[in-house]
Design a protein around this ligand. Structure first.
Ligand SMILES: Nc1ncnc2c1ncn2[C@@H]1O[C@H](COP(=O)(O)OP(=O)(O)OP(=O)(O)O)[C@@H](O)[C@H]1O
Ligand SMILES: [Mg+2]
Length: 240
């Protein structure tokens, strides 16, 4: 049997969180949310993160996506320790390699749907890509071809969520971080988004998705990580 050299295993690690903790300061009190989280996600995996409301799933996602820094421990993203690289390098890594779908969408109110989808490309863009054309294709993909010029206040929650999914994909990221990406969608549209993620995953993209829905986790993910009381309580492969 072929043995894979250790350095190759490390190369395939997209995310490695080691002894990560995150406290929040509320007034005089220090509240520990993540106490010691260890997580390895390899290239091409589809991982679901579950856990009770308030258990720190979004907090963990923000740390993985380098939007926040851990109180202790290390996060290594695509081989780079995020505490060791420059802010510029970090911004570029985030802008080109990570697609975020936030729980609260985070669309910019004064921009239209298509401008929101294009927004990440204003800061970082892959060369040779027609971003406007790609944004249109993505909005068509999520079924919003007739809402391209609407602003977020003119869109329903589900439509906003679909704009957020399209925006996450604009730079063709290798890692997709999605926080409840189907939480506001009817089951048919939710399935369409999940099929889109499955397709991206089959084409080599790594996906980390937070969900409250055990059926969704079991059906689409390779692995389910369960977060509880500041620790990863279980980390199980899904038999598909
Ligand atoms: N900026 C902050 N300051 C203080 N406490 C915070 C802050 N952000 C989050 N928290 C607290 O951290 C805990 C975890 O929040 P987080 O958003 O990560 O939970 P979650 O698992 O994503 O929950 P949900 O399933 O409801 O989205 C919560 O109890 C929350 O009150
Ligand atoms: Mg959350």
């Amino acid at each position: 049997m072929e043995t894979i050299p250790v350095e190759n295993i490390e190369e395939r690690a997209v995310v490695r969180a080691t002894d990560v903790c995150r406290d929040y300061q509320v007034g005089e009190m220090t509240i520990p949310i993540l106490k010691s989280v260890n997580l390895l996600v390899k290239e091409g995996e589809f991982v679901a993160i579950m856990g009770p409301s308030g258990s720190g799933k979004s907090t963990l996602m923000n740390l993985i996506g380098c939007l926040d820094r851990p109180t202790c421990g290390t996060v290594v993203l695509m081989g780079k320790d995020v505490n060791m690289i420059s802010d510029n390098e970090l911004a570029r890594l985030r802008g080109l390699e990570i697609g975020f779908v936030f729980q609260s969408f985070n669309l910019v109110p004064r921009l239209t749907a298509i401008e929101n989808v294009e927004l990440p490309t204003y800061a970082n863009s892959r060369s040779g890509v027609d971003n406007r054309k790609h944004a249109i294709e993505l909005l068509e993909l999520v079924g919003l071809e007739d809402r391209m010029n609407y602003r977020p206040t003119e869109l329903s929650g589900g439509q906003s969520q679909r704009v957020a999914v399209a925006r996450a994909l604009i730079n063709d990221p290798s890692l997709i971080l999605a926080d409840e990406p189907t939480g506001n969608l009817d089951s048919k549209t939710g399935k369409e988004i999940m099929d889109l993620f499955t397709d991206l995953n089959k084409r080599g993209r790594t996906i980390i998705m937070i969900t409250h829905d055990p059926n969704l986790a079991e059906k689409y993910a390779d692995r389910v990580v369960y977060l509880k009381d500041g620790y990863i309580e279980s980390n199980n492969d899904v038999a598909n």
